[in-house]
Ligand binder design. Sequence first.
Ligand code: DHB
Ligand code: FE
Length: 279
Amino acid sequence: MAKIVGGVAVTHVPYIGRALAQNLQQEPYWKPFFDGFPPVHAWLEQAKPDVVVVIYNDHGLNFFLDKMPTFAVGAAPQYMNADEGWGIPTVPPFPGDLDLSWRMIDSLIEDEFDLTTCQEMLVDHAFTLPIELLFPNRIKQPVRTVPVVQNTVQFPLPSAKRCLAFGRAIRRAIENWDSDARVLIMGTGGLSHQLDGERAGFINKPFDLEFMEKLITDPDWVTQYSIADLVELTGTQGIELLNWLTCRGALGDHVEKVHANYHIPISNTAAGLLAMASK
Ligand code: DHB
Ligand code: FE
């Protein structure tokens, strides 16, 4: 049966794409952010994932406000990124894993999560950048991918409780997949940020740090908060932390912290990184 090796949750600010394209990792602005990655790369070299399930929110590239699924899963042989500006070069396509996609879709629908299934899917910065950050050699050593989109954009959003349950259902799907593949779960976005309105620039470091701790020890702690509470605590885009919660749900009852990094700000965002090994 397939094995979930662990999970990585990480910020997906588009500006990171420009830093990668222009090799700015050692610049003073970027160094505290990029210094978080070598320990995670070292762990991934041992964990050796074959497939990555990426839990993220689409920002209007694949789904727009007129058609907004709460949960969607990709089932395509490959996924293309569309140019989002910033002078970022177009990146090569990301290979899919059709077998795992359909295994997950069958199992999740059986588990009463009424998904949108996408046999064609464009992926945006929330999918591409975290993969580029974690797998800098992905062209030479390819990993297969399954995109999982959660709506964190247009209200009403799924609750923290629902996202955690969704993550736990993703775990059941993968654990029952008849394959010897090693699977990494990723959750992208956050942490606290607000890009628009009166609170533009809002960041909440105490809450972010508590969230990162609780994600390891007690992820159900988050479910005490409503979506409105979480938006107030983390910002209208900080609510992307729901993607971290779903990722955590897929990792089982107990995880071990591999490495964490937190740096304010990258662009308008509190940049977080948290790698967790499944026990
Ligand atoms: C920024 C952060 C995001 O999560 C995003 O999707 C777009 C922009 C930012 O801080 O610039
Ligand atoms: Fe975002």
